[in-house]
Ligand binder design. Structure first.
Ligand code: HEC
Length: 427
């Protein structure tokens, strides 16, 4: 090629508009992606540890952003979206991931300001964590609906000893008659330190003494002996602030019940306070379908005992069925502690069809979400639910809370283990 021609080609490559357009810019390509998928948490005062609203915010951490999106660590959604789809799923498409990669490789070009800002408006001024971009329930609550019952725990003083803190709180409900609840909302009193919370219902009155006790308290073992009316009313993790059941469906809470909150606080070097709140929204229409909870536990494990020997990597299997009736699953929540590695669950119908429920290849103790199916998932009468979960109880597991590894069995304590699959369902 003649020198003149080469120069011409190079010049053409540099200036041809279609070539230039292929290098993504922040304003046109990146900002809309981040506004939709990251800003709901990464805004000032949000759940994420820093804001990703402005070009300056993002450029400072460009490589990091490229990394966490490529390995699909962010946005947080541990379940495999090819195995099953969910109403509350988060995640970037392959194209969005490679656009971010290309933008960082291309030198994080800002682009023309003013372009692409339309989409960006959504990310600005996000209040709290519930936005259109972050479906946290099957259906949104009607706007400006006031709760019918607000239950507040007594203020709790978080110690500033830089250690994790697991507490149980007893909150009287004062119910003189049964209530039907179509939406449940958990409002953390301390968004910074509240790691997760599990809401349970006791109708025996025996849990009253539990208020404020730590999970190391020996009395907890006694409390655990009483089966709860509802071991799982709702599970809160950052970003899943409420659940709304489908039209005409509601959960029943019986008169005389008490609310039990199991709260995990992250370590804090400074003393702080929490007074979290649960808001219940009563069914307004006649209840046609009762929302029930099916909890598969260690008792459903087929390769008993549920025991994880020190320095072993056991897998446990569950088999539940055949179901006596057709059920419609609304959601699934797998629960394990820190030794959990992976979990998979599916159902087999009497005709031999496989219905995928959930698959998490890299269990993340920090993101224990409830996964809501896009439509209620029908498991016909006679179907069997099958699950497997693997654990790593070796010294090599950096997340092992026991040093050195010790044989671990079932327990609510975070140094013990669990294998739960919690389903909301309707008939
Ligand atoms: C549901 C809320 C939520 C969403 C949505 C979200 N993040 Fe995060 N992000 C967090 C929280 C909480 C942390 C801190 C805890 C952690 O690292 O898991 C975090 C941490 C991070 C970190 C630091 C990771 C580390 O190892 O320290 C980066 C980088 C990040 N997010 C980028 C993103 C990007 C980019 C997106 C969008 C593609 C995004 N996040 C979406 C909540 C969120």
């Amino acid at each position: 090629m003649k020198k003149g021609l080469l120069e011409f080609v190079l010049l053409w490559l540099l200036t041809a508009p279609e070539m230039v357009a292929q290098i993504p810019t922040y304003t046109t390509d990146i900002q809309p992606i981040l506004a939709q998928h990251c800003a709901p948490c990464h805004h000032p005062g949000g759940l994420g540890p820093f804001s990703l609203l402005t070009y300056e915010d993002v450029v400072k951490r460009g490589k990091f952003v490229a990394k966490v999106t490529q390995i699909r660590y962010m946005p947080p959604f541990p379940a495999d979206r090819e195995f099953q789809h969910y109403a509350n799923e988060r995640g970037l498409s392959e194209t969005e991931i490679s656009t971010i990669q290309a933008w960082v490789r291309g030198g994080m070009v800002r682009g023309v300001q003013g372009m692409g800002q339309r989409a960006g408006g959504r990310g600005q001024g996000v209040e709290g964590s519930s936005t259109d971009n972050e479906p946290s329930a099957l259906t949104p609550l009607p706007p400006a609906r006031t709760p019918d019952l607000v239950l507040r725990m007594k203020p709790y003083g978080i110690r500033g000893d830089a250690r994790e803190d697991f507490r149980y709180f007893h909150v009287p409900m004062g119910l003189t008659q049964d209530i039907w609840v179509e939406a449940i909302e958990f409002v953390p009193g301390n968004r910074k330190l509240l790691h997760h919370s599990r809401l349970m219902i006791d109708s025996t009155g025996t849990m009253a003494g539990i208020d404020g006790i730590t999970e190391e308290d020996p009395r907890l073992r006694d409390f655990q002996k009483t089966p709860l009316a509802d071991e799982f009313l709702y599970g809160w993790v950052p970003g899943n602030d409420r659940v709304t059941f489908p039209d005409g469906a509601a959960k029943r809470i019986r008169a005389g019940s008490d609310l039990i909150l199991n709260i995990h606080y992250s370590p804090s070097a400074k003393a702080d306070q929490d007074q979290s709140e649960v808001r219940l929204y009563f069914a307004r229409k006649p209840v046609e379908r009762v929302v029930k909870t099916l909890t598969l536990t260690e008792n459903n494990v087929t390769n008993q005992p549920f025991q994880l020997p020190a320095n072993a990597k056991p897998t446990f299997y569950m088999n539940y069925g055949p179901l006596p009736d057709t059920v419609r699953l609304l959601s699934v929540l797998p629960h394990m502690h820190r030794l959990g590695k992976s979990v998979r669950a599916f159902a087999i119908t009497p005709d031999g069809n496989v219905i995928n429920l959930i698959k998490i290849d890299a269990w993340d103790y920090n993101w224990q979400l409830s996964y809501f199916f896009k439509e209620p998932l029908v498991l016909p009468k006679g179907a069997t639910i099958i699950a497997e979960a693997s654990y790593d109880n070796t010294d090599q597991n950096p997340l092992n809370p026991n040093r050195p590894a010790r044989t671990v069995g079932y327990g609510w304590n975070s140094t013990d283990e669990m294998m739960n699959l919690v389903f909301y369902y309707i008939k």
